[in-house]
Design a protein around this ligand. Structure first.
Ligand code: PLP
Length: 410
């Protein structure tokens, strides 16, 4: 039980998890104690070098494209959140599409258009607003029955926008959507993006960690087309909030969009052009030494220790789904590709609301909900490292108990 953590109890099945572990806490403590601000290589060569090293480890551990390595054209950087990482991706895409003009002259009068699916996380729309693209210029592409973006629909929308004189510049695909774990067909989307010179960003905030396991590495299928990619070690990789891993294929657009060099930040190392200044890869100037906690987690668990956590959670989710399916009163509402089970009582919204309220009021567990096919649907997200089979069994017993109570009170 060395790595037991207390931030979320084992019957926390709501949202997506925010994990923690002793190695991560120690890394964070050390980082606070060191008091580093790694805004420039010169202000903390160690913080910069460790971050570069750890991000390269992730490329290797997860079989990510070689272009994401620091020694290639791109590289990785730790952002505070996936929301910020996707914002930075949109800004880099905008930079590439406008040949730098948007930096100087602002966004081009509503001509730039971005695409994502109807199931994308709300952060993508928020980022489109912040980046000056605007919600109206973010197209929500329809999804199929498995909540995955329909590539033929994407192609149609791009063609229509081009015909109308607009400039499609970025597609944000999702692997593991928040509502129901939909997986966009990244390779097919990527081919369309390449054909039109559009930046492809992939958001796999929760699901990305699964790439640690060879049998789940399909989560990175099509990444050879991705210009940028984010996943959150602070969700499923035992690293405490905040820690988002963001990668780019070609760092030039990112840096040219975000780099401004006033005299007071100039220094010999930066001027020599031989070091990484991560301030140019993110929105803020200052930055904490987050890489230390990730380094501690990876060294303490090892790849196999982290794989064990992912495998156990996926197995538990599948087992829970099988119990739901075996019960004539319930149904599973998604395909359960990883560790999120969307399910509902067949009795309708009122019964499901009563189950949700009853389960949460019991204080024994925490569930959240979504709407699928316009029906209230319960989400059981397994991602806390303390969660064992007995906890999932207890959750199922509580759900059934609340369903029985709901039936009785009707
Ligand atoms: N993208 C997806 C798919 C998510 O599920 C979430 C959060 O659950 C986010 C983005 C936002 O994550 P963050 O809190 O790191 O911005």
């Amino acid at each position: 039980m060395l790595f037991t953590t207390w931030n979320e109890p084992p019957l926390f099945f709501a949202f997506f998890p925010a994990n923690n572990s002793y190695p991560s806490i120690l890394g964070d403590l050390l980082s606070s104690g060191l008091g580093v601000n790694g805004m420039l290589w010169a202000t903390s060569p160690a913080a910069t070098e460790v971050e570069t090293h750890v991000m390269d480890w992730l490329v290797e551990m997860m079989g990510l494209p070689e272009a994401f390595r620091s020694t290639s054209t791109g590289g990785g950087v730790i952002q505070d959140t996936a929301s910020s990482a996707s914002l930075v991706a949109l800004i880099a895409a905008r930079e590439r599409a406008t040949g730098g003009r948007s930096n100087a002259a602002g966004v081009e009068g509503g001509r730039l258009v971005a695409y994502t699916s109807t199931q994308a996380h709300s952060s993508i729309e928020k980022d489109a607003r912040i980046a000056g693209i605007g919600s109206d210029n973010l197209r929500a592409v329809e999804v199929d029955a498995a909540f995955a973006m329909r590539p033929e629909r994407l192609a149609e929308l791009i063609a229509a926008d081009k015909a109308a004189g607009r400039v499609p510049f970025c597609v944000c695909a999702t692997v593991g959507t928040t509502s129901a774990d939909g997986v966009d067909p990244v390779a097919e989307i990527g081919k369309i993006c390449r054909e039109h010179g559009i930046w492809l960003h992939v958001d796999a905030a929760m699901a990305g960690t699964a790439a640690l396991c060879p049998e789940f590495r399909w989560v990175t299928d099509g990444f050879e087309y991705a210009d940028s990619y984010v996943f959150n070690p602070h969700k499923w990789m035992m690293t405490n909030f905040d820690c988002s891993a963001f990668f780019v294929r070609d760092r030039r657009s990112l840096i040219s969009a975000l780099s401004i060099v006033p005299e007071y930040l100039r220094n010999t190392a930066s001027d020599a052009g031989t070091v990484i200044d991560y301030r140019d890869w993110q929105i803020p100037l200052g930055r904490r030494f987050r890489a230390l906690k990730l380094w501690f987690v990876i060294r303490a668990y090892g790849v196999s220790g982290l794989q064990d956590v992912v495998r156990r959670h996926v197995a538990l989710a599948r087992e829970f789904a099988s119990w739901v399916e075996a019960d004539a009163d319930f149904e599973v509402a998604n395909r359960v590709p990883l560790s999120l089970v969307c399910f509902r009582h067949k009795g309708g919204d009122a019964v499901n609301q009563a189950i949700l309220d009853g389960a949460n009021a019991s204080g024994r567990m925490y569930l959240t909900h979504t709407r699928i096919d316009d029906r209230l649907t319960l989400r059981l997200s397994i991602g806390n490292q303390r969660t064992q089979r007995e906890h999932v069994e207890a959750a199922w017993a509580t759900v059934r108990e609340m369903a029985a109570k709901a039936a009785y009170s009707e």
